[in-house]
Design a protein around this ligand. Structure first.
Ligand code: ADE
Ligand code: ZN
Length: 332
């Protein structure tokens, strides 16, 4: 996708590492590992990257994790994401991983962490971006699994800065995970959750009040509830919004119907992110450029989105200030 405006320095706060698996890389990892895919050739797989809703996407997303077997597969995946993200202005990334998507098919947590850790630790030197992980619990699986996983994440505290909640939303409200989120808070981990992507505003309330989240991932359906909008504005709760994802998963029919501009106009701390960029047609700046065109965003809007991203990050204050100063000095 061509970009009519240059990318600004930005933090990416909502990207699933498994969702950065481009079809070409899926094919080459399958060949390297001898994994059988049910797609005869690359074009057949490319054609499968077309969805009707969240579940139709998740089915393919989980299926393709089969190609991720060894530490080097995870390292190559992260390296490919960092290369693309850096070219689109990303200077800091807080990246989701779904450990249960790997342990559940027999790939040990240690393999995932070894591979990602290697790529994450060298990201600053190679790509000029800092990167940390947020481990997400799969909300459509038994909360007991999440409770077993949490202590196993603690040895990776230099890499894993927080926990999140993702996968199929409707029918799996946040409060099911209250206990594991409370334990994560006791351990000093940051907390975020997907809410209001397909689920109702009640799920956003629950993520805030029962899980104590510091950011809401997506949050689009919050706009249906004026008292929730007031709460999000008063507390400046960051929303990690993913426009091309919302279009691809059909929560909107057209990008010009996207709620991002209404969120900004309502004074909400919205940020723009790519979610699963290999599947949804664009990385971070592709999202910014697309909503700029569709919603008529100004330079001022784009600067606010980039500022919001650093302020909403879990970086130390001094690093936030350094990034904000670089942003102020960057040309639009
Ligand atoms: N896992 C990966 N992408 C997701 C999304 N957009 N919503 C919920 N779970 C996800
Ligand atoms: Zn997501």
């Amino acid at each position: 996708m061509s970009s009519p405006v240059p990318p600004l320095p930005t933090a990416e706060l909502h990207v699933h590492i498994e969702g950065t698996l481009e079809p070409e890389l899926a094919f080459s990892l399958a060949a390297r590992n001898g994994t059988r895919l049910r797609y005869a050739h690359l074009d057949a797989l490319r054609r499968a990257y077309s969805f009707t809703d969240l579940q139709s996407f998740l089915d393919l997303y989980y299926e393709l994790t089969a190609v991720l077997q060894r530490p080097e597969d995870f390292a190559d995946l992260a390296e490919a994401y960092f290369t693309r993200a850096a070219a689109q202005g990303v200077r800091h990334a807080e990246v989701f991983v779904d450990p249960q998507a790997h342990t559940g098919r027999g790939v040990p947590l240690e393999v995932v962490m070894e591979g990602l850790g290697e790529a994450f630790r060298r990201a600053e030197a190679r790509h000029g971006l800092s990167a940390r992980l947020i481990a997400c619990f799969l909300r459509d699986r038994d909360p007991a699994e999440a409770e077993d996983l949490l202590p196993r994440l603690l040895p990776y505290r230099d890499l894993v800065i927080g926990v999140g909640l993702d996968s199929a939303e409707v029918g799996f409200p946040p409060e099911l995970f209250e206990r594991v989120f409370a334990r994560a808070a006791d351990e000093g981990l940051h907390r975020v959750a997907h809410a209001g992507e397909e689920g109702p505003p009640a799920y956003v309330w629950s993520a805030l009040d029962r899980l104590g989240v510091e950011r809401v991932d997506h949050g689009n359906r919050s706009l249906e509830d004026p008292s929730l909008v007031a709460r999000l504005r008063e507390e400046q709760v960051p929303l990690t919004v993913c426009p091309l994802s919302n279009l691809a998963l059909r929560s909107i029919d057209r990008l010009d119907a996207h709620p991002l501009r209404r969120m900004l106009d309502a004074g909400l701390a919205a940020t723009v992110n790519s979610d699963d960029p290999a599947y949804f047609g664009g990385y971070l700046h592709d999202n910014v450029a697309a909503v700029t065109r569709a919603l008529g965003l100004t330079d001022g809007h784009r600067r606010r989105l980039a500022e919001n991203s650093f302020r909403a990050s879990f970086l130390p204050e001094a690093d936030k200030e350094r990034h904000l100063a670089a942003l102020a000095a960057a040309r639009s």
